[in-house]
Each structure stands twice: as C-alpha cells, then as structure tokens.
Design a protein around this ligand. Structure first.
Ligand SMILES: Cc1cc2nc3c(=O)[nH]c(=O)nc-3n(C[C@H](O)[C@H](O)[C@H](O)COP(=O)(O)O)c2cc1C
Length: 281
C-alpha cells in the first residue's frame, strides 16, 4: 500500500481530550505505515478577519501575518484530513469559527484543495446538547472544497470518557478506514440534507431549506410518516459553480460597487461616525 500523509486538526485545548483521542484513533486506523501530523488549532495564531477584501483577487493571499498560511500549506500537503472539535455552548470550539472567517482568502482558490478526503469528528458532553457543531464542521470542509467522506459525533464529557463506550472506538476507527478507502460512499440519512448532511432545516410553511448549503425541498406526509423530499440543485452553494458565483462574481462585484460608491457610503455613515461612544479596557 502507498504511504499516505494524514493530517489531524484538533480544535480543543484539552490535552489527550476526547477530540484528540478520537482523531488519533481514526488516524491510526488509516494504516500504521502512514505519515501522521497533528495540529492543535487553538494554539495557532489565527487572527480575526479584518474584512479588508484585499485577498479577493485569486492570486493575492491574506495580508495578515499569522499562522493561517502554515495551516493551509499543511492541508495542501496532506493526502487526507481528520478534523475534530468539541461542542462548546452548542457550537464548535471558537477556533473553528475564527478559521472559517478567514476563508475569503481561500474561497477563490478553492481548487487548491479539491477532492482531498476529510472526516469530521465532534465530541460533546451532554446528551441532546450537540447543537449545530457538526454542521459547522461539515461546512468548514465544504468551504475548503475538501471531499467530506464521513462525519459523526461522539458523547463523552470528561477527558477519555468517550472511550468508555466501545462502540465509539469502533465507529471512529471505521471512519479512519473510510477516509483512505476511495470506494467508500457514505449513505445519506433520510433525515438529513443530501448535500451537506445537515440535520437542521428551515421550514417556511411550504418549503424546507438547508440553511447551510441552501438546498431546498418539501415535506411529504405518507401515512404516519413525514418525509423530506429534496429538489436536486446542482448549483448549490458548495458546488464549483456556486463557489465561483459567490467568491469570484458576487464578492468582486460588491468590492467594485464599494469603490464606485465610496463617497455615497461615507455620507450614509457620517452621522454615526461622529457618535464616538467606544470604551476600552
Ligand atoms: C466551555 C464549554 C462548553 C461546553 N458546552 C457544551 C455544550 O453546549 N454541549 C455539549 O454537549 N457539551 C458541551 N461541553 C462539553 C464538551 O463538549 C465535552 O466535554 C467534549 O468531550 C470536550 O472535548 P475535548 O475533550 O476534546 O475538549 C462544553 C465544555 C466546555 C469546556
């Protein structure tokens, strides 16, 4: 078997915590000959996006000098990625959101990461408190154009607790094997979005919409059962066409509009610019 370079990204500060254990177990299961590398995401210096939009041309990197490019280069160099994060207050650890906010500089270079396999692991400590973290991890992979192979969440509060249930170890090891199996195809559940696997959907009284990828559908009542019927949308937000539309066309046209209407916006801002109520620590 050809040796692969597996990158584990762990979005928890807890040393040998549940996310780290699950990530390592999945990585180990990809094959003992593989080359392993791990990054503890909250230890990287990744600063908040400044919304300067200077990274929008495809050949211009983000101007902030921090560890973002180190991370992106590591992902580029990897054959496969394991992304693991705990649930904090119903969402993923904040390091995931800070990273995602910097994806303006990646959105128009989405071909860089195209098709690289990725699995997502979420650890959470309280039954029914899993929140929306798994959805956010899944769209993190989708915004990077990684090929999301598998995704699951695991219950365990204390560090190591996740191993008390042997099914967790079996499941995460299977995820590791799936990561390096080019023939593996996860079966989409009837209760999730077929594009980004979100289990969270919006219903406006008529249609259902996945708030993450924008895929739409309807509810169909069959006897005692309510079924989701999704309308296939090949140009969804995470398709090549969807990404090109948003990152190349929409954002660039907004930037041009800003340049053309700068003085007009300044006039709109003026009454609020003068209200200088800011305080600092
Ligand atoms: C600040 C904080 C907030 C948390 N919020 C939640 C939560 O909303 N839902 C939940 O199920 N678990 C929550 N937990 C528990 C963690 O998700 C759980 O312990 C997880 O296994 C930690 O993973 P780690 O060991 O990799 O850090 C929280 C833990 C901390 C420290």
């Amino acid at each position: 078997m050809v040796m692969k370079h597996i990158l584990g990204i762990v979005a928890s500060r807890r040393v040998v915590g549940n996310s780290e254990i699950l990530a390592k177990a999945a990585m180990e299961a990809t094959g003992s000959d593989n080359q392993m590398e791990m990054i503890r995401l909250p230890e990287l210096d990744i600063r908040p996006c400044r919304a300067c939009y200077s990274c929008l041309p495809a050949d211009v990197p983000c101007h902030i000098e921090d560890d973002l490019n180190f991370l992106l280069d590591k992902i580029r160099a990897a054959d496969a990625v394991v992304l693991a994060a705990p649930v904090y207050f119903l969402g993923p650890h904040s390091s995931i959101k800070i990273l995602q906010d910097r994806f303006l500089s990646v959105g128009n270079k989405y071909q860089d990461f195209a098709g690289k396999p990725c699995i997502n692991i979420v650890s959470y400590g309280v039954a029914d408190w899993e929140g929306y973290a798994q959805e956010v991890l899944n769209i993190t992979a989708k915004f990077l154009n990684l090929h999301l192979v598998d995704s699951a969440r695991f219950l365990g509060a204390n560090p190591g607790e996740v191993l008390e249930d042997p099914e967790n170890l079996a499941r995460v090891r299977q995820m590791g094997r799936n990561l390096v199996d080019p023939n593996y195809q996860r079966r989409v559940k009837a209760t999730e979005c077929p594009v980004c696997w979100s289990e969270i959907l919006r219903y406006d009284g008529k249609d259902i919409t996945c708030p993450f990828c924008g895929t739409k559908g309807e509810l169909k009542v069959e006897g005692q059962e309510v079924k989701y019927i999704f309308y296939p949308e090949p140009k969804h937000r995470f398709s090549d066409e969807g990404k090109r539309h948003h990152f190349d066309e929409f954002l660039n046209s907004k930037k041009q509009e800003f340049i053309a209407k700068k003085n007009h916006y300044k006039e709109l801002q003026a009454p609020y610019r003068s209200l200088d109520w800011w305080v600092k620590p």
